[in-house]
Write a new protein. Structure first.
Ligand code: ATP
Length: 326
């Protein structure tokens, strides 16, 4: 890197609360270390289209408490093509950007990995996704906030559920991972969590319903991860009503509510720590790694590993209090 390196920063894929805290930390730490910062708007699409603005520290003031991402995010099919990545590289050359910090999930890192294989540009990834599905970090930016949002929704549903003797089926996000669903079920005292890691077949759900552990209760809340069961929460509700026509079910799909809101203190701190570590990693000559935090220590994980390794939910006996015990 030359004497005054210029760092590009972008957010990509699904937005996650805490991304702003990461942008702020990256900008402040870079400027403190004599670097220039250029924000790239709308993720990889903005990199292709040249949507770039130089940031000063005042550009990131008053944003740590805000959800979403002030530099916008996007899903960009063009970046998946060599032609698209070529255009993106031209933007980097034109803007004299020497290194890139990308904040996003595994799709974002796959794009970054492919880009770095074709062009000589150091890239550091920051794990920004509510799904917590990235290997190499205990938590991702946005996960804690989303978990708290879901728990809050469950608490509210319980009030109305108990007043009407109903079974609530709540559909939760997570892509291929059940972290949000399982842990929200535990935090919300739910009767069951249906997660992709232990995806049940319809017969298992029917069997569990027949066991009728609900007999002594006047309301139940069951969380269903969006991709754990074909047909989602609506299908589970149908199965319950087939087996027990006397039960009244209601389905709530939490949807994009789960992405919104002011980040929790925990997410702000995580994102701030990771943002600073990303700049330090570049100063140390690191490239094509993801910043993670494991056992409270900063770790640098090759992007390839973060993408390819599957982060499993550990088999803990106490999880049984929430998983499929309708
Ligand atoms: P989230 O987990 O919140 O959905 P994500 O980063 O996984 O975030 P994706 O939409 O999967 O979100 O990916 C973000 C962007 O990364 C895509 O829109 C695309 O521009 C880029 N990307 C994904 N896969 C590839 C790929 N194989 N090659 C190049 N770019 C890719």
């Amino acid at each position: 890197m030359d004497k005054t390196p210029t760092i590009g920063v972008l957010t990509s894929g699904g937005d996650a609360p805490g991304m702003n805290a990461a942008i702020r930390a990256v900008t402040r730490e870079a400027i403190c270390n004599g670097m220039k910062v250029k924000a790239i708007y709308h993720g990889y699409q903005g990199l292709i289209d040249g949507e770039v603005k130089e940031f000063q520290t005042q550009d990131v003031s008053g944003i740590i408490q805000r959800g979403g991402t002030i530099i916008k995010s996007a899903r960009c099919a063009e970046f998946q093509t060599p032609e698209g990545r070529k255009k993106a590289y031209k933007t980097l050359q034109r803007e004299k950007i020497d290194a890139l910090i990308v904040i996003g999930g595994d799709g974002t890192f796959t794009g970054a990995r492919n880009f770095s294989m074709e062009y000589d540009i150091p890239i550091i990834g920051l794990p920004g996704t509510i799904d917590n599905d990235l290997w190499g970090t205990d938590a991702t930016i946005g996960y804690d906030t989303a978990l708290n949002t879901i728990t809050d929704c469950i608490d509210k549903l319980r009030d109305t559920g108990a007043s009407h003797d109903r079974i609530f089926l709540v559909e939760v996000m997570g892509r291929d991972a059940g972290f949000l669903t399982l842990n929200a079920a535990i935090a919300g005292g739910c009767e069951a969590a249906i997660i992709p890691e232990r995806a049940p077949v319809p017969e298992q759900i029917e069997e569990a319903i027949k066991r009728g552990q609900r007999k002594s209760k006047n309301s139940s809340i069951i969380l269903v991860q969006e991709h754990a069961f074909e047909g989602g929460a609506n299908k589970v509700a149908q199965l319950i009503e087939q087996v027990h026509p006397e039960y009244s079910t209601r389905v709530t799909v939490l949807g994009h509510l789960q992405r919104g809101g002011s980040p929790t203190a925990s997410d702000r701190i995580l994102a701030s720590r990771m943002g600073v570590a990303a700049i330090q990693a570049l100063l140390d000559g690191q490239r094509n790694v993801m910043v993670g935090i494991q056992n409270d220590e900063i770790t640098l994980v090759p992007l390839n590993k973060a993408i390819q390794q599957k982060k499993d939910i550990k088999e803990d006996s106490w999880h049984a209090i929430a998983t499929l015990s309708l």
